[in-house]
Design a protein. Structure first.
Length: 317
């Protein structure tokens, strides 16, 4: 008589063994998965530091995007000098950590986000790589939901900029910023305009959809907006004050400022919301820089004409 395979002759016991093995393996992989998630979360938050941890580590990690003389990419810039002085104030070493506009907030907070309506959307959990963001970051509502900003470090405003040969002429300031903005917007109908989403130049912040302008969202970096207009990729562009000042120096006689698109804004240093000690200490440090005139001297070094536009901002207190 032909013998049946073991699996068939011992079918009940084999099934029990299979279930037992599956339970063991399931438990093992479940524990391993839980351990993996715990390790990942630990790694994501391990880089988060407040002032005591920064002092203990001996290093202040400055997250920066090369932009408009705040971070030149060559080892200097206004915000690079500010962070170097702040590190010295804390008694620690300075370390620059390069990032970009899309990743900067995630590299600081551990959460990659984007604006969504009046709020934000969390896209992913990411690794924390730095302690502060300092690269001419404008204080706008959606960013305030995810970071704490310091006292203002630089004045800002969004301007409309065109080539020097454009038929558009600069408006004559009338002393009322709202009327000045309305006068500039009235010039935009049927004009091609470059802007940049998810930045202080985002057209949604300034109701440009009602102006009749043909808004084009620029895919390059903020530093490339002025060159794009010079290359006739659009008739006009939005630039913030520091970038416009740099462009006026870099291409004298080739571009002109038509007028304001926004009221006066602030640029500041960004901190994690769970790092109040570092945030508060920087504000104390900034008061000292204002009082002794150091902030003004650093600003004039990188933006020689900014005092002409905003003298009150840099007045020693």
């Amino acid at each position: 008589m032909r013998r049946l395979p073991v699996r068939q002759t011992l079918n009940g016991k084999t099934r029990e063994r299979e279930l037992f093995v599956r339970k063991v393996l399931s438990g093992f992989f479940g524990a391993a998965c839980g351990l993996f998630i715990s390790v990942v979360m630990l790694l994501r938050t391990a880089g988060a530091q407040d002032i005591d941890e920064v002092k203990k580590s001996g290093v202040l990690r400055h997250l920066g995007v090369p932009y408009a003389n705040f971070v030149t990419g060559g080892g200097d810039g206004m915000d690079v000098e500010l962070m170097q002085l702040f590190a010295r104030h804390l008694g620690v070493k300075y370390e620059y950590v390069k990032t970009d506009w899309d990743d900067a907030i995630g590299d600081l907070t551990g959460k990659k986000v984007k604006p969504k309506g009046e709020g934000i959307e969390v896209l992913a959990e990411v690794l924390v790589k730095g302690d502060v963001i300092a690269n001419g970051m404008t204080v706008i509502p959606w960013r305030e939901k995810v970071v704490n900003f310091s006292v203002p470090t630089f004045p800002n405003q969004v301007w409309l900029v065109a080539r020097a040969d454009s038929p558009l002429q600069p408006i004559k300031p009338g002393g009322d910023i709202k009327k000045d903005i309305a006068a500039v917007k009235a010039l935009l109908r049927d004009r091609t305009l470059l802007s940049k989403a998810n930045t202080c130049l985002d057209p949604s912040l300034y109701n440009l959809d009602v102006t009749g302008a043909r808004v084009m969202l620029f895919k390059g970096s903020l530093n490339e907006l002025a060159p794009a207009v010079l290359n006739q990729e659009a008739e006009v562009t939005l630039l913030d004050v520091p970038d416009a000042l740099v462009a006026l120096q870099k291409w004298p006689g080739k571009i002109k400022v038509i007028g304001p698109i926004s009221g006066v804004q602030d640029m500041a240093v960004a901190f994690r919301k769970d790092a109040p000690g570092l945030h508060d200490e920087f504000n104390v440090f900034m008061q000292r820089l204002r009082k002794d005139g150091a902030l003004r001297r650093i600003a004039e070094k990188y933006y020689p004409f900014v005092i002409d536009y905003y003298p009150a901002f840099f007045k020693a207190e």
